[in-house]
Design a protein around this ligand. Structure first.
Ligand SMILES: C[S@@+](CC[C@H](N)C(=O)[O-])C[C@H]1O[C@@H](n2cnc3c(N)ncnc32)[C@H](O)[C@@H]1O
Length: 300
C-alpha cells in the first residue's frame, strides 16, 4: 500500500521498509540508479521546491531576455516546474521541450502544461548523457537546473548542451552549493537529516560544492567563461525547510540504507522528531543551499 509523505510520520518501521521496497522496485522498473528515485512523493517534493526556486530561475530567464517566440529546452525537467516558467515567458508563439529519463513525470507535466494553453509543450524521454541529437535543435535557450549535479561527466554534458544551442542563443545552468545549509537554533533531527543527505550524495560521487565550480567546467567544455552569474540563498522558517529535507531523505533512503549511512528504524525516529519540532512551532531561521546560476551567449 502506498505511503505518502504526511501519512508516513510516525509510521511503523515495517511500513517504512515497505516504502523502501516500493522505491527500489520503481527504480528497477525505470532501469536507472538515479539517487533520488522517481516516486510520486519525490515528484511532489520537486514541485514544492520548484515554487521556492521559481523567483531565482525567473530572474535568470529575465537576465538573458527570454521572451515571446523563444524555443527552449529544459534538461532533467522532472515534473515540469521550469517548463511552466519557460512557457509563460515564451508564450503561444514559443515552444518548450522537456527532457528526462523519468517518463511518468514528463508525461504528466505535458498533460498539465498543455491544459494551461500558455505555450506549446513537448517531452523527450532520454538519458541526458546518452543522447547526442535532439529533434528540434538548435534552441534559443538550453537550460538545466539541479541536473548536472547528477551527471557522471558534467563537462561532456555541457558540451552537448552548447551544441544544442543556436548561434545567438543561450546556455544557462543553475545548481546547488550545499555547504551553506544551516539552522538556528539547531535541532538534532535536522542535523541528522542533513548528514544523511550529504553523506549519501557524496558516497555516490555527487559533489556537494558543485555549483561554484561551473565556470571552470564551462571553460573545460570549450564554451568559455560565463557572461553572467546569479546567486540565490533563501532563508525561511523551519517549515518548509525541514519537510523538504524529510522528503529528500525518504527519496534517497533505499540508497542510504544500502550504503550503510543510516537504518530505516533510525530514520523513522528522526522523521518523528522532525514532525514534533514542526508541531512545537518554535521560531527557527533556516539557511538553504546556495543556488548559483551561470549563462553564456553563443556567438553568432
Ligand atoms: C533534482 S531533479 C531536478 C528537476 C528539475 N530540473 C528541477 O529543478 O525541479 C533531477 C532530474 O534529473 C533527472 N535525471 C537525472 N539523471 C538523468 C539522466 N541521466 N538523464 C535524464 N534525466 C536525468 C531526474 O529524473 C530528475 O527529474
Amino acid at each position: 500500500m502506498p505511503c505518502f509523505a504526511n501519512s508516513c510520520f510516525g509510521a511503523s518501521s515495517s511500513a517504512g521498509s515497505e516504502r523502501v521496497r516500493m522505491i527500489q522496485q520503481e527504480a528497477r522498473l525505470l532501469q536507472d540508479d538515479y539517487t533520488l528515485g522517481h516516486s510520486a512523493d519525490e515528484h511532489e517534493r520537486l514541485r514544492r521546491q520548484g515554487q521556492i526556486l521559481a523567483p531565482a530561475t525567473r530572474r535568470v530567464f529575465q537576465a538573458i531576455g527570454l521572451g515571446p517566440g523563444w524555443r527552449c529546452l529544459d534538461i532533467g525537467c522532472g515534473p515540469g516546474e521550469i517548463m511552466r516558467l519557460m512557457g509563460e515567458m515564451a508564450g503561444p508563439s514559443g515552444e518548450v521541450t522537456g527532457l528526462d529519463r523519468d517518463t511518468k513525470a514528463g508525461r504528466e507535466a505535458i498533460e498539465r502544461l498543455q491544459a494551461t494553453g500558455t505555450s506549446r509543450y513537448r517531452f523527450i524521454e532520454a538519458d541526458m548523457e546518452g543522447i547526442d541529437e535532439i529533434a528540434g535543435s538548435p534552441f534559443d535557450l538550453t537550460f538545466a537546473r539541479l541536473a548536472l549535479l547528477y551527471a557522471r561527466d558534467p563537462v561532456a554534458l555541457l558540451r552537448k548542451m552548447y551544441s544544442w544551442t543556436k548561434p545567438g542563443g543561450y546556455l544557462a545552468v543553475q545548481d546547488y552549493y550545499v555547504r551553506t545549509v544551516n539552522l538556528y537554533p539547531k535541532l538534532d533531527a535536522h542535523s541528522e537529516l542533513v548528514r544523511v543527505v550529504l553523506e549519501t550524495h557524496e558516497r555516490l560521487g555527487h559533489d556537494m560544492e558543485f555549483a561554484f565550480k561551473l565556470p571552470v567546467y564551462f571553460v573545460e567544455a570549450g564554451i568559455g567563461a560565463p557572461d553572467g552569474t546569479d546567486v540565490n540563498l533563501p532563508i525561511t522558517p523551519l517549515e518548509p525547510f525541514i519537510t523538504m529535507y524529510q522528503t529528500l531523505c525518504r527519496s534517497l533512503l533505499p540508497k542510504a540504507i544500502e550504503l550503510g549511512v543510516t537504518t530505516d528504524a533510525r530514520m523513522q525516529s528522526v522523521f518523528r522528531d522532525a514532525e514534533q519540532a514542526v508541531i512545537a512551532g518554535r521560531q527557527h531561521a533556516a539557511l538553504w543551499p546556495l543556488m548559483i546560476g551561470f549563462w553564456k551567449r553563443k556567438p553568432t
